[in-house]
Design a protein around this ligand. Structure first.
Ligand code: ARG
Length: 462
């Protein structure tokens, strides 16, 4: 590779070609090009506004930068490894296009504040997109919940049958997790939306720049107060990957449930053909690849978070080349979260069907109404712990006799405790068991309907 020297005349030879490849980030930071161009346009305009360059020069720079944008969009700008990174690639092309004035673009700027600006502009956009994908998924959960207020599903603790639930209540738990994700990303947006442009290499600049002017052009809400911090801060990216990891935790938990539900053992959902795959050898199989992939991809997002934390922990101020390693972590984190949110939205909207008949059978054939028997006695004045022990004994004898609680005769109930009356049968019917949990935030149908209404308002208000 016969490459041109990148650096000042201090350097006499070019880079070893293997090192050139090792050093280059163009292979991935090209993803920042639109933001790099936008940042450079604002910088050029600021240089002209402050009189550091002439207005005419400013206009030539902007025109050249916009021409590169067109070339890139048309597929005609494909810098190779000789460019090192997207910033050099743009500056070189600019000088080819507009001549020597192109060399003035980098006045009062360093690639350190430039790349910081690019990543923030990129991430700001991505956060908005991810928030809207979260809203789409929340909407699908809400639609499903509305259709399943009266559908019952076994509720579990320790993956043991615990108490029956409204299926809507179960689904709305995920709506709430996603609501926190949505809010969290909104807060991270605020801290991402601060301009490092004008921090220079590390110490600021000798030129009479106006950092607020360029920040305004880029719709940043403020500027970094300290130039060293501005060029070397990646807190916002770590926060983003942390928040992304939590989104993945939520998607992965839901995935795990769907995978269980789709098994023969649970049989709570059927996967439709449009979202499941077969086996190359076992013709009977239908595999839940989508939730499995989401669960599996969770690991890489956690990994990116770890990577960035470790990259940062030992860095002396200010910029160090280690920071080039932030990009692939951020990009892959963004792409993974977006892909998983989209896939889960499609899976829930059109890829699976709850088996209502089977769910009804499930909640009708277990002991998940045992708490309600104890509550029944407690409501009649029997101390709860005493009632609890009594019911434990009934469960034991019923299990031995192969009977469900609803199959006990009135005489058997009364032998157990004289407080039992005919209405015990009504009290332990699954529908009543669910309806009765009418405490705020509980699974009672009235509460679930209220929760759905509140959720709708939350979404509509923003
Ligand atoms: N490609 C570099 C990065 O991604 C750009 C900044 C380089 N700055 C420097 N001082 N070498 O971090």
């Amino acid at each position: 590779m016969n490459q041109k020297k990148t650096w000042s005349d201090r350097f006499e030879t070019s880079l070893n070609p293997v090192i050139a490849v090792f050093n280059a980030s163009i292979g991935f930071d090209i993803a920042l090009i639109e933001y790099d161009l936008t940042g450079s346009v604002a910088h050029a305009q600021m240089l002209a506004y402050t009189g550091i360059i002439s207005h005419e020069e400013g206009e030539q720079l902007v025109a050249g930068l916009e021409q590169i944008r067109q070339e890139y969009r048309n597929g005609n700008f494909n810098p190779g490894v000789e460019a090192e990174d997207v910033h050099f690639a743009v500056e070189r092309r600019l000088t080819e296009l507009v001549g020597d004035v192109g060399k003035k673009l980098h006045t009062a700027r360093s690639r350190n504040d430039q790349v910081g600006t690019d990543i923030r502009l990129y991430l700001r956009d991505q956060i908005e997109q991810i928030r809207s994908l979260i809203r789409n998924l929340q909407q699908v959960l809400l639609n499903l919940a509305e259709n399943h207020v009266e559908t019952l599903i076994p509720g579990y603790t320790h993956l043991q049958r615990a108490q029956p639930l409204s299926l809507a209540h179960h689904l709305m738990a995920y709506f709430q997790m996603l609501q926190r994700d949505y809010q969290r990303l909104g807060e991270i947006y605020q801290r991402t939306n601060i301009s490092p442009l004008g921090c220079g290499a590390l110490a600021g600049t000798t030129f009479p720049i106006d950092r607020h002017y360029s920040a305004n052009l880029l719709h940043f809400s403020g500027v970094y107060a300290n130039s060293l911090d501005g060029v070397s801060d990646r807190d916002f990216a770590i926060e983003f990957l942390c928040s992304s990891s939590l989104i993945m935790v939520h998607l992965s938990r839901l995935s795990e449930e769907i995978i269980l539900w789709a098994s023969e053992e649970f049989s709570f959902v059927t996967l439709k053909d449009n979202c499941s795959t077969g086996s190359s050898i076992m013709p009977q199989k239908k595999n839940p690849d989508v939730p499995e992939l989401i669960r599996g991809k969770t690991g890489r997002v956690f990994g990116h978070l770890q990577a960035l934390l470790v990259i940062m922990k030992g860095l002396p101020l200010a910029y160090n080349k280690d920071l080039q390693e932030d990009k692939e972590a951020i990009f892959d984190g963004v792409n993974t979260v977006k892909g998983c949110l989209e896939a889960m939205t499609i899976l829930l909207a059109e890829g699976l069907q709850f088996k209502e008949q089977r769910l009804a059978e499930a909640v009708n054939s277990d002991f998940s109404n045992a708490t309600d028997v104890a509550d029944y006695l407690a409501a009649k004045g029997v101390p709860f712990r005493e009632a609890y022990n009594l019911v434990g004994k009934v469960v034991k004898t019923s299990l031995a006799a192969g009977k469900l609680l609803k199959e006990l005769t009135m005489t058997e109930w009364q032998q157990l405790h004289p407080a039992f009356e005919q209405d015990i049968y009504e009290a332990i019917a699954p529908r009543q068991v669910v309806a009765a949990r009418n405490s705020y935030g509980g699974t009672g149908f009235a509460q679930v309907k209220l929760a759905i209404e509140n959720a709708k308002q939350l979404i509509n208000n923003n």
